[in-house]
Write a protein that binds this ligand. Structure first.
Ligand SMILES: C[S@@+](CC[C@H](N)C(=O)[O-])C[C@H]1O[C@@H](n2cnc3c(N)ncnc32)[C@H](O)[C@@H]1O
Length: 346
C-alpha cells in the first residue's frame, strides 16, 4: 500500500513512513532527508543552467528529481533510474500528478550512466556511494555537476579504520571534529577517484546533517586540472588523504538561496549561515575534547573565541559539533588561549 506525501512543491506516492525508513520499504521515502533535497534544489538553482539534463540515478519515488523539476526554475530535462519495478511505475505516476515529463530508466543506474551523458547526476544511495562513483564521473559532461550522498559516516569519521583503508584508501583515526574530517576524507576520495579517470572535480558545497554527508562537485574533463586539484589533498593528524581547503566554494555558498516553501528551510538557512561564517583556512577543535586533553573543565566557548580573536586570529563556531569551533591559530596558540580562559591554573 502506498501513501500520498507532500514535500516542497511536490505531491507523490511512496510507502507510508512508520518508524525508521529502511531499504525494505516497497517505494523508499525518508522524510528526514528533506533538508538534503532542499539543499539539492537550492544548489542547482544557484549553480545549474537552464534546460540541463538531470539524472536522479537512485530515484526511489522520484521525489528528488521531481522537486528539481518543479522548484529549481531551470526547466530541466529529467531522467530517473531505478531497479525496483514498483518504484519505476510509481515514478511515472508521480511525474504525471505533478504535471511533469521525464524518462524513467527501469534498470541499474550504472548501465544508464555508461550509455548516456548528463549535466547533473545525483547519487543518493543506501550506505556508501563507492559502487556508483566511477560511472557517474564518466557520465557527467565537461563542466557538469555531481551531487553525492553517503551514509557511511562511522567508517569515514574514524570508527572503522580497516574498512576506511579498504573502501576509501584512506586512513582515519581519532581527532577533533570527526565528522568534519570524515567529510574531508570523503571529498578527497571523490577527487582521487576522478583524477584516475583524468577528470578534475572540485567540491563546491559540502555538509554533514544527521545521518549523512552530502557534497556537490563541478566536474571538468581536463587532465591538467586533475593534476592541479590533487595538490589540495593532504593529512590532518591521523586522517588522510583528505581535502584541505575550505569546504565551501565562496561564490556558491553565498548564492545558494533558501526558498520559502522548503520544508526544512529554517534549519537549512541556519546551517548554511554557520558554514559561510566558518569557511576559512583553519582547523576545527572541540572545547570538551581540548578540556579532557588538558585535564581541566571546559570554559565557555565564547570566551575562548574572544581570547583567540584578541591574539589576532580568526575564530568562529562550527556546525561540526555542539562545542566545535574553527580557527586559523596554530595549535600552541589554541592551547595558550584555552589555558588563559580556563583560569591560568594549567
Ligand atoms: C536511498 S534510496 C533513494 C532515495 C531517493 N533518492 C530520495 O531522495 O528519496 C536508493 C534507491 O536506489 C535504488 N537502487 C539500488 N541500487 C540501484 C541501482 N544499481 N540502480 C538504480 N537504482 C538502484 C533502490 O531501489 C532505492 O529505491
Amino acid at each position: 500500500m502506498l501513501t500520498l506525501h507532500r514535500e516542497g512543491l511536490a505531491v507523490f506516492y511512496a510507502s507510508p513512513v512508520e518508524g525508521v525508513p529502511s531499504s525494505s520499504m516497497l517505494v523508499f521515502y525518508n522524510p528526514d532527508a528533506a533538508l538534503n533535497r532542499d539543499l539539492t534544489v537550492a544548489f542547482l538553482a544557484a549553480a545549474g543552467r537552464e534546460g540541463m539534463e538531470v539524472l536522479d540515478a537512485l530515484a526511489g519515488s522520484g521525489v528528488r528529481g521531481i522537486r528539481i523539476g518543479l522548484e529549481s526554475g531551470l526547466e530541466p530535462e529529467l531522467h530517473f533510474s531505478e531497479v525496483r519495478k514498483t518504484s519505476c511505475s510509481v515514478i511515472e505516476e508521480n511525474l504525471a500528478i505533478n504535471g511533469l515529463e521525464g524518462t524513467v530508466h527501469c534498470r541499474r543506474c550504472q548501465a544508464v550512466m555508461a550509455e548516456m551523458n548528463f549535466d547533473y547526476v545525483d547519487l543518493d544511495p543506501f550506505g556508501d556511494a563507492v559502487p556508483y562513483l566511477d560511472s557517474a564521473l564518466m557520465s557527467v559532461r565537461h563542466n557538469g555537476l555531481l551531487g553525492v550522498t553517503t551514509t557511511d559516516l562511522s567508517v569515514l569519521s574514524g570508527k572503522h579504520p580497516r574498512t576506511a583503508r579498504r573502501r576509501y584508501l584512506a586512513s582515519v583515526g581519532r581527532g577533533h571534529c570527526p565528522h568534519e574530517l570524515g567529510l574531508r576524507v570523503f571529498l578527497g576520495y571523490v577527487v582521487r577517484m576522478a583524477a584516475r579517470l583524468d577528470i578534475a572535480v572540485r567540491p563546491l558545497l559540502a555538509v554533514h546533517h544527521m545521518h549523512y554527508y552530502r557534497a556537490f562537485f563541478r566536474v571538468r574533463k581536463r587532465r591538467s586540472e586533475a593534476d592541479s586539484v590533487l595538490r589540495f589533498l593532504g593529512y590532518v593528524g591521523d586522517y588522510g588523504p583528505l581535502w584541505k581547503p575550505p569546504l565551501q566554494d565562496p561564490e556558491v555558498i553565498s548564492s545558494v538561496r533558501v526558498m520559502p516553501w522548503f520544508p526544512r528551510g529554517r534549519e537549512l538557512g541556519r546551517l548554511l549561515e554557520a558554514l559561510r561564517r566558518e569557511n576559512f583556512e583553519g582547523r576545527c577543535f572541540e572545547v570538551r575534547r581540548l578540556a579532557s586533553e588538558l585535564g581541566t573543565s571546559p570554559p565557555p566557548i565564547s570566551k575562548l573565541l574572544d581570547a583567540l580573536r584578541e591574539r589576532g586570529f580568526r575564530a568562529e563556531r562550527s556546525p561540526f559539533g555542539p562545542d566545535a569551533f574553527r580557527t586559523d591559530a596554530p595549535e600552541e596558540e589554541v592551547l595558550g588561549a584555552f589555558r588563559e580562559v580556563a583560569g591560568g591554573g594549567l
